[in-house]
Design a protein around this ligand. Structure first.
Ligand SMILES: Nc1ncnc2c1ncn2[C@@H]1O[C@H](COP(=O)(O)OP(=O)(O)OP(=O)(O)O)[C@@H](O)[C@H]1O
Ligand SMILES: [Mg+2]
Length: 457
């Protein structure tokens, strides 16, 4: 009998603990909302001062404060932590603002992020500089990159595509106006084409001309044919398409120039050096050029092809150098992108400001994408596990970087978005000859049009 009672006494709590551990692993978002969040808030409130003290983030109190404490209470005067704002919980973590004491800087708090994470029992702590003297602590409750769910209020817009989730649970937005050209690198099966797929699906609903160069015979981009303004599926076709794009760019510059010279008395604000300054009725639609497996354009089998290769590479470099002001943007994808590809490779790479590095097979490949950004970013890219395709390190040449992961989007869903938005493809006459063939959609059979009638004499 006593054994049964002991079993019942122990069994209850054990079952609760087991259930909690299972929920934490299998349904981290639900666990966070129900258990993790209240626990972490309680820990934060209870241990705020002592944790800040242990992290060396407290300062001596001012003389007035010390006097006031001594006069009103008999307690010893203790160092004061940064003033804390309201705790703002959300579905993935919580946020709290801190007012730094004079002499403190955001880097002091960032240096203690790992200690704060352990003290408050959360997955990660990130520090963001809000304004001078104020930082925001972002506590993330669980590993949001394991099962990606994009935040509902992701900040999209014209030429801005929320394409992936950052590890601090904010959306990573591919903003073509801020970062015109980008290099997407990664070993085979690392998730490069998934990244492109999101961009194509995101841009398909906007007034943007999409152009594809997919030297894998079009297997990645051909399903989006209904929305593409041009598609080249082998190096021969690419060699014909690229000069047309360069010509289009030059025509756009002529258009801008004509506008600049309209009349001597044109107001300053109407003089423009890029397409965005043109009036909307005259402004050509932006063009985004997707290049999947860029190495295919560089590799040549025979000496005869070398001339064609050099021409293609020169066209790509010109597009990358001058395209931005003409509203032409590049998204270049490859497994490696180093000097070994030959003349022009490093020059083209230097023009690609945005850098996305998926899982790579060796450090040298990661260095090709992130070497100019930060050594820690290279290390982070080298530690991406093959079980998590789509995980990448995103950096830009200004030195910042973060880990991101795309959500899963099936090829069929992305192709359906393209079919639905086919009518949004802008008219770019120069690209008309390269418009891909779109097979007619199969019509659902709903029985024969006329009922068969038996022939009678
Ligand atoms: N974010 C993601 N979540 C889940 N699965 C993903 C994600 N990204 C990619 N995958 C899966 O990983 C596999 C490889 O992805 P993808 O085709 O994009 O890789 P890749 O880098 O383009 O490979 P390759 O160089 O062979 O073309 C696909 O089966 C895809 O469904
Ligand atoms: Mg691919």
């Amino acid at each position: 009998m006593t054994d049964l009672v002991t079993l019942a006494e122990l069994g209850g709590p054990l079952a609760v603990m087991g259930g909690a551990a299972y929920a934490r692993h299998a349904h981290p978002a639900a666990y966070w909302s129900t258990v993790g969040l209240p626990l972490s808030v309680a820990r934060l409130l209870a241990s705020y001062s002592s944790t800040m003290d242990a992290c060396g983030l407290t300062v001596e109190p001012s003389r007035w404060r010390a006097l006031a404490v001594r006069a009103t209470t008999r307690r010893e005067v203790r160092p004061v932590p940064p003033r804390r704002g309201v705790i703002r919980p959300n579905a993935t973590g919580l946020r709290v603002r801190l007012r730094l004491a004079p002499g403190q800087e955001p880097a002091d708090v960032a240096a203690s992020a790992e200690r704060l994470r352990h003290a408050w029992g959360v997955h990660a702590v990130y520090v963001r500089d809000v304004k001078p003297g104020v930082v925001e602590l972002r506590l993330v409750g669980y590993d949001v990159l394991r099962k990606v769910r994009m935040p509902r209020q992701a900040d999209g817009g014209f030429l801005r595509v929320p394409v992936a989730l950052r590890e601090d649970a904010t959306a990573f937005v591919r903003d073509y106006r801020a970062v015109p050209h980008e290099l997407v690198l990664g070993a085979t099966l690392s998730g490069k084409s998934m990244y492109l797929r999101h961009l194509v699906a995101g841009l398909a609903r906007q007034h943007v001309a999409l152009v594809g160069v997919d030297c894998k015979r079009g297997v990645e981009l051909a399903p989006f044919a209904s929305r593409l303004s041009a598609l080249a599926t082998d190096p021969d076709e690419a060699a014909e398409l690229l000069p047309v794009l360069v010509k289009e760019m030059e025509d756009r510059y002529d258009l801008i120039k004509a506008r600049q010279g309209i009349a001597p008395g044109t107001p300053d604000e109407e003089i423009t050096s890029d397409v965005w300054g043109l009036p909307e009725s005259e402004r050509p639609a932006p063009i985004v050029l997707f290049v999947d497996e860029v190495a295919e354009l560089f590799l040549v089998a025979t000496r005869k092809d070398e001339e064609r290769r050099d021409e293609m590479v020169t066209h790509l470099i010109r597009l990358a150098q001058l395209g931005r002001a003409a509203g032409i943007y590049l998204e270049v994808c490859g497994q490696r992108f180093g000097a070994e590809l030959g003349k022009g490779a490093t020059m083209l790479r230097a023009q690609l400001t945005g850098r996305i590095c998926h899982r790579v097979n060796d450090e040298a490949s990661a260095k090709m994408a992130l070497g100019d950004i930060a050594p820690e970013a290279v290390y982070a890219a080298c530690t991406i596990a093959p079980e998590l395709p789509g995980l990448a390190v995103a950096g830009d040449t200004s030195g910042g970087w973060s880990r991101i992961r795309t959500p899963y989007l099936s090829l069929a869903d992305a192709a359906a978005v393209c079919r639905e938005s086919a009518h949004l493809a802008p008219d770019v006459p120069a690209l008309a000859p390269f418009r891909p063939y779109v097979p007619p959609a199969p019509v659902e059979a709903s029985g024969p049009v006329t009922a068969p009638r038996p022939v009678t004499e």
